[in-house]
Design a protein around this ligand. Structure first.
Ligand code: ADP
Ligand code: ADP
Ligand code: ZN
Length: 220
């Protein structure tokens, strides 16, 4: 099963992608995570992407298309994947159609996670992750069960993203509205789009997505 999670920053794509990974045994492919790893490694791509990401703008289509194309070829992507944060422009969506056709793969569904901007600022500014395993948390909505200790791996170091500040969030939301939102029509026109209410609780969103996924294949 090959899926896209589409939605603004903070909508809950990463949170739900991790839950789908566990339930469906398919892999999360997050271009944001890949770019942050490139920045941390100081690679050529990382050096090009760093300042752009800090401004909350989009990295060039060519860079992310190359990254995702290579990643889809890896052995762990063959059972299926969840694209999280890609595509983000119509050019990326078109390139994805081409490369999936070349690789003989199909896109099963695009799930749009709807959420309004006010709530997203709160979601993003409260976000933190485990410094060891990457598990996602939130100051209000998802605190570790034991204060300061990761539920998943027991680590005690947490981190916050450099671009998760109120000012950069505004640029990222602008980029979403101007460049990514047209993909809702793009996939709607192709009969691929389902929408869920991203403002519901994490458990409830998971259930809504489960319903969409259970419907896949039933009309094939
Ligand atoms: P995205 O990958 O779309 O940017 P995340 O999955 O990282 O979003 O979620 C952003 C923040 O909001 C995280 O801190 C996460 O724990 C929290 N979060 C995710 N989904 C929900 C939800 N349905 N309700 C409340 N908080 C949520
Ligand atoms: P979020 O879902 O919270 O917006 P991501 O981790 O998906 O965050 O992305 C962080 C940043 O990485 C984006 O603001 C952008 O600069 C860059 N980025 C990630 N994916 C893409 C993409 N597909 N195209 C262009 N830039 C991207
Ligand atoms: Zn952890």
């Amino acid at each position: 099963m090959n899926l896209i999670l589409l939605g603004p920053p903070g909508a809950g794509k990463g949170t739900q992608a991790k839950l789908i990974e566990d339930s469906r045994k398919i892999v999360q492919l997050s271009t944001g995570d890949m770019l942050r790893a490139a920045v941390a490694a100081g690679s050529d791509i990382g050096q090009k992407a760093k300042a752009v990401m800090e401004r909350g703008e989009l990295v060039s289509d060519g860079i992310v298309i190359d990254i995702i194309s290579e990643r889809i070829d890896e052995p762990d992507s063959q059972a299926g994947f969840i694209l999280d944060g890609f595509p983000r422009t119509v050019a990326q969506a078109e390139a994805l159609d081409t490369l999936l056709a070349e690789k003989g793969k199909v896109l099963d569904a695009v799930i749009e996670m709807r959420a309004d901007d006010d709530k997203l600022v709160e979601r993003i500014t409260g976000r933190f992750t485990c410094g060891n395993c990457g598990e996602g948390y939130h100051d209000v909505y998802k605190r570790p069960a034991r204060e300061g200790i990761c539920d998943k791996c027991g680590a005690t170091e947490f981190k916050r993203r450099a671009d998760d500040n109120a000012e950069t969030v505004r640029s990222r939301l602008e980029a979403y509205h101007a460049q990514t939102k047209p993909l809702i029509t793009y996939y709607g026109d192709r009969g691929k789009l389902s929408s869920v209410d991203g403002l519901a609780s994490i458990d409830d969103v998971e259930k809504q997505i489960e319903e969409v996924l259970n419907g896949i294949g039933s009309n094939e």
